[in-house]
Design a protein around this ligand. Structure first.
Ligand code: ATP
Length: 439
């Protein structure tokens, strides 16, 4: 039974808080609006989302390398990229109830969604989304720095460094995962839109004549990535931007969108950015940002295809897609049907009873599995309750150690989705679970 959409959002948000995935930030001080902390399970899952991306985009390829650039950055970068001038949202104030809104997100541009009054909006003004601060002890000219609003520029400004230090020629890419900051006018919908979030971006540099082919290639690769990690096809779509939505430098952009409980929302944008970024930085920095092909004597500025995804936003989509409730023996079982790669814990080790006799062998099993898998170990409550707790956090396998284990050196392995149980010798556990998890 799939959970009905209007309540799905609340169920997932509640589960996140209750089970330690996501906490409201600074909660003991009343919370800090639309900012979140990732708890013991959330940090594992978010890391798994980022690792799954890194695995597919860097580890499994020979044409992509990684980067971890600084978050604090000088204004020159953002002047060259166009962010200082253009990274704005249209802000309107309601003169009646004093609330602020993004004009392009209003259902009716004349009606305030908060107070319902008509014709109360001020003229829209461009609001720059970048967070500005100052570096060093003296405030004033020359000390201002920005928190990066995207990770992408780190790849462009390091293009020359990377090219000079690795033996790659276009087509090749630079990948980065990390925090970005945007002073969003209307953050909300849980971690869908926050002011501090994590991105996973690839800048893939190609010979100009191959740009369109690679743009299509990355559209299909990225769509498949979400499918493989368990997002059902009917909740995922690729939406090409209309001409009037395109950024001035982009000759094509498509968004991977997920059906959130409130409608379709972007998970990732794939853009054909042409040579805009390298040319801008070359012009402003006075450096040559181009590729010289020694074999042909040809010199050119590569074009860039950018798949830009959100890690925190994707995590939310994976949670929504995985949440399920079903009736088992007249009781509702909540189960997160997460892909094993994304599940916070891969295995839970559960001694059937707290009796001292079971603990040594249970701990032995734990120590055996820990080097291979992220494990939970739980000795509280009845075994039924402990299975439900693991179902609710998406743990693919539970390993139960019982009194027979002392005699036969075997344990019961229970699979999350089917709830089927199998008796497996302890010495075969690692290979059995490795094969079943398919990691
Ligand atoms: P939106 O239209 O939703 O504001 P965007 O088109 O500005 O997003 P991009 O600049 O293309 O977003 O950023 C790439 C990805 O980064 C987005 O698809 C999204 O997953 C993520 N992202 C962007 N802004 C936020 C945010 N404020 N909170 C969480 N994730 C975000």
């Amino acid at each position: 039974m799939a959970s009905s959409e209007p309540t799905l959002f609340n169920q997932v948000v509640n589960l996140c808080k209750r089970r330690g995935f996501v906490f409201p930030s600074a909660e003991i001080y009343g919370g800090f609006r639309s900012t979140y902390d990732y708890g013991p399970l959330g940090v594992l899952m978010l890391r798994n989302v980022k690792d799954a991306w890194w695995r597919s985009m860097v580890q499994m390829r020979s044409d992509v390398v990684g980067l971890d650039a600084a978050i604090l950055s000088p204004p020159q970068i953002w002047e060259a990229s166009g962010h200082l001038a253009n990274f704005t949202d249209p802000l309107v104030d309601c003169t009646a109830c004093k609330t602020r809104h993004r004009e392009d997100q209003l259902e009716d541009p004349n009606v305030c969604p908060t107070c319902g009054k008509e014709g109360t909006f001020t003229e829209a003004r461009a609001f720059n989304l970048m967070f500005k601060t100052s570096a060093g002890p003296v405030e004033g000219a020359g000390t201002e720095v920005y928190l990066r609003p995207e990770t992408a520029q780190g790849m462009f400004v390091n293009f020359k460094n990377v090219l000079e230090t690795i033996r790659k020629k276009p087509p090749f890419g630079i990948a980065q995962v990390g925090k970005s900051f945007r002073n969003e006018i209307t953050p909300g919908n849980f971690v869908f839109r926050t002011r501090e979030f994590e991105q996973m971006e690839l800048e893939f540099f190609v010979p100009p004549e191959e740009a369109d082919t690679w743009y299509r290639y990355w559209m299909s690769e990225r769509y498949e990535w979400y499918l493989e990690l368990g997002v059902p096809a009917d909740k995922l779509r690729m939406r090409p931007h209309d001409d009037d939505e395109l950024s001035h430098y982009s000759s094509g952009t498509s968004d991977v969108e997920f059906m959130f409980p409130w409608g379709w929302g972007e998970l990732e944008g794939i853009a054909n950015r042409g040579d805009y970024d390298l040319k801008q930085h070359a012009e402003k920095s006075g450096q040559k940002l181009e590729y010289f092909d020694q074999s042909t004597g040809e010199r050119y500025v590569p074009h860039c295809i950018e798949p830009a995804a959100g890690a925190t936003r994707s995590m939310m989509a994976f949670l929504l897609a995985a949440y399920d409730e079903e009736k088992v023996n007249d009781e509702v079982r909540t189960v997160l049907r997460l892909h094993p790669r994304l599940a916070p814990y891969k295995v839970a080790i559960l001694p059937l009873s707290k009796k001292d006799t079971l603990l040594p062998v249970s701990e032995e099993v734990l120590k055996l599995l820990q080097p291979h898998f992220m494990c939970d170990y739980d000795v509280t409550q009845t075994i039924g309750k402990r299975y439900r707790r693991q179902d609710e956090i998406g743990t693919p396998f539970c390993v139960t150690v019982d009194f027979d284990s002392l005699e036969d050196r075997a344990v019961t392995v229970r699979e999350r989705d089917s709830m089927e149980q199998e008796r497996i010798p302890i010495e075969e556990l690692v290979s059995y679970l490795t094969q079943k998890l398919g990691l």
